[in-house]
Design a protein around this ligand. Structure first.
Ligand code: NAD
Ligand code: MG
Length: 330
């Protein structure tokens, strides 16, 4: 299996930054005086790009079985104390975008609870270890979000185990490709809407009741919210719903002092895409239709979530932020 490995030059430069800043929360002096040079990176070269080899996994798929393995920032993400003391729950935190956010949050100083499906335990174990390696508390809470009772107990368990809850990353998602509306079985439609919209509502409702002033919620929408792929009819509808939900909720929660935003990724190299999310033809050329001519790696979007969760973004609420290789909206 081919692994994605950052170049030696990039790693060496990254090591220099680690030495200067460290993974632990920096003191004020460190934060003000970190002077190591961050490596310049050409966003088009040095990353996995199409054509990709044919591959498919049974849903929900494992990051550990993908070729090349996605880069979630395991070897590259450098924290700088932006989330010290935060207590965060991340759904879909075992793999893909959610795993990259979990790694970034832990290295920024947050304790992190992740939710995932029992079938994803091997991916989740790796994330737990990475959070602990960053010196933070890791809480693993497997279970199926299509069950409203589980959604409510997930939030309660995260709140109890972390000793509070001030960041919610509602990120779990279901995407299945169907060429025609005539091919979408009712139970598949229900599956997508339950995962992407109902679970988001159930988890959010339970979380808001427990969250303090200053808390932040971030949803994962998609470019499909604005420019739907024709093979993702039900999925795209739910992603538009997530973007809209987050904007409306931001208005409601302003008076409670809670900020709400969404991230709208373009094509990212994650298990969702190799476990029924794309046709094989699209998977082989994945990301080639963007100006960067490649898919994003999960590590390349994590910093958006960090910024939206951080207290530096106190005037940022009700927005959707894109990261899509130069194509798509917003
Ligand atoms: P991923 O497969 O790594 O993550 C999706 C996660 O959702 C899974 O790991 C799983 O734990 C969780 N999940 C799905 N159904 C669940 C259920 N019933 N109960 C509990 N957990 C469940 O893929 P990803 O691409 O990182 O997906 C994360 C989010 O990003 C999703 O909302 C997806 O729609 C969104 N997104 C992905 C892309 C992309 O190109 N990969 C683009 C735009 C948006
Ligand atoms: Mg997964």
């Amino acid at each position: 299996m081919e692994d994605f490995k950052p170049s030696r030059r990039y790693l060496l430069q990254g090591a220099a930054i680690t030495a200067a800043v460290g993974f632990a929360a920096p003191s004020m002096a460190q934060a003000a005086t970190a002077t190591a040079t961050a490596p310049l990176r050409n966003p088009q070269s040095g990353f996995p790009k199409p054509p990709f080899t044919e591959q498919s996994q049974p849903w929900p798929g494992l990051a550990g079985s993908m070729s090349p393995r996605p880069d979630h920032g395991e070897h590259s993400y450098q924290g700088s104390g932006q989330l010290v003391g935060r207590k965060a729950l991340i759904t879909g935190g075992d793999s893909g975008i959610g795993r990259a956010v979990a790694i970034a949050f832990a290295r920024e100083g947050a304790d992190v609870a992740i939710n995932y499906l029992p079938a994803e335990e091997t991916d989740a174990r790796e994330v737990v270890r990475l959070i602990q390696d960053a010196g933070r508390k890791a809480v693993a809470l497997p279970g199926d979000l299509r069950d409203p009772e589980f959604c409510r107990s997930l939030v309660q368990q995260a709140h109890q185990a972390l000793g509070g809850l001030d960041v919610l990353i509602s990120n779990a998602g279901r995407q299945h490709s169907f060429d025609s509306i005539l091919d979408i079985p009712d139970d598949q439609f229900d599956w997508t809407v339950k995962t992407n919209l109902y679970a988001m509502f159930w988890v959010t409702k339970a979380a808001v009741a427990l969250m303090p002033e200053g808390a932040a919620i971030v949803y994962t929408a998609s470019v499909n919210a604005y420019d739907p792929s024709k093979n993702l009819l039900d999925y795209s509808m739910t992603k538009a719903g997530i973007a809209n939900f987050s904007k409306c909720l931001a208005k409601q929660l302003a008076d409670r002092g809670i900020r709400v935003n969404a991230v709208a990724p373009g094509p990212f190299w994650t298990p969702l895409q190799v476990s029924g999310g794309q046709t094989m033809e699209k998977l082989k050329a994945f990301g080639s239709d963007t100006p960067l001519k490649r898919p994003g790696q999960p590590a390349e979007i994590a910093s958006l979530y960090v910024q939206l969760a951080s207290a530096t973004s106190t005037y940022v609420t009700g927005q959707v932020f894109g990261a899509s290789g130069g194509a798509g909206q917003p």
